[in-house]
Ligand binder design. Structure first.
Ligand code: MG
Length: 299
């Protein structure tokens, strides 16, 4: 696999010189939504068009089916209680898998209208669930069920711990990946709107989070991709942002500098830190799951 491309000296401190990208598994159609579960040493991820969730057992490298059908699940996260929180295209909702296996619906409507197809999700320290709701799961039957949008827009939402749902950003075309800065004062949001509006730049914006998570302030442009779309991404403990692109994984410093690139042979949809020390970056890329060890650790 291709050599890591260092664009800024800071990147050399984050990459282990001898570490190489590994392909751990292949056989999916469009892999997404990696989430790490340390107690099980397992990575849960989605194979959206095949309507299944898969599980990598890190101990022996085995990949098995975790759940199918699964509502054409896309993005996942692990909440602070260790539970799986999932975006489901097919059921047009965000759900939580409880410790006993029961599935709780967290959000499926906004102002009485069905959501489009929640795409990616993150939990804040106060237990609020923030997620994006573009239309990819209702655009066709490939990644869900074709249907018109009821909401009429693709928004970013916050579900407070008390269940209240609020649209916190309405200014993106197709909001997709999202993640907080380490201090949760910024929310980064990727926009893949070029899929629906030809020529729209592929961007990540940084939104200031209002006190108490009450909403978002005016965003600033954080990064623009010249290598395909930014989809899902995660941050490390230093606030560097590791994002999917069409050519691999890009790393950006908190100041927006493109530090370097990890080339991946397939278009990348999402990434997630895992392993016992959270220093292994798992990469879902089209048909395959990849991983690489880094000299930094996930948040
Ligand atoms: Mg996504």
């Amino acid at each position: 696999m291709g050599e890591t491309i260092i664009l800024d000296p800071r990147f050399a401190t984050l990459i282990a010189g001898s570490a190489r990208l590994e392909r751990l598994w292949t056989g999916g159609r469009w892999l997404e939504g990696p989430a790490w579960f340390p107690a099980m040493r397992s990575l849960i991820f989605s194979d959206i068009p095949n309507d299944r969730m898969l599980r990598l057992d890190e101990a022996d490298g085995h990949v098995s089916v975790f759940r199918t059908p699964c509502g054409f699940a896309n993005g996942h996260t692990r909440d602070r209680a260790g539970r799986l929180v999932s975006c489901e295209h097919g059921h047009r909702r965000v759900s939580r898998t409880e410790h006993d296996g029961a599935i709780t619906i967290l959000v499926d409507r906004f102002e009485g209208k069905r959501l489009n197809s929640p795409n990616d999700v993150v939990e804040a320290a106060d237990g609020a669930i923030w997620f994006t709701d573009p239309t990819y799961g209702i655009d066709s039957d490939y990644e869900g069920h074709a249907a018109p949008s009821e909401v009429g827009g693709s928004y970013v939402y916050r579900r407070a711990a008390d269940g209240t749902v609020q649209a916190v950003a309405k200014d993106r075309v197709q909001p997709n990946g999202l993640a907080f800065s380490p201090d949760e004062r910024l929310l980064y949001v990727a926009d893949t709107g070029a899929t629906h509006r030809l020529g729209l730049p592929a961007t990540i914006h940084a939104y200031p989070v209002l006190p108490g998570g009450a909403g978002l302030g005016s965003p600033r442009l954080f990064a623009t991709s010249g290598a395909g779309l930014y989809d899902g991404f995660r941050l490390d403990i230093h606030g560097n942002l590791w994002t999917s692109t069409g050519e691999g994984v890009h790393a950006y410093a908190p100041d927006g500098t493109h530090l370097g690139t990890i080339p991946v042979p397939e278009a990348v949809a999402n990434v997630c830190f895992g392993g016992a020390k959270r220093n292994r970056l798992f990469i879902t890329a089209t048909t395959s799951l990849y991983a690489i060890y880094l000299k930094t650790n996930g948040l």
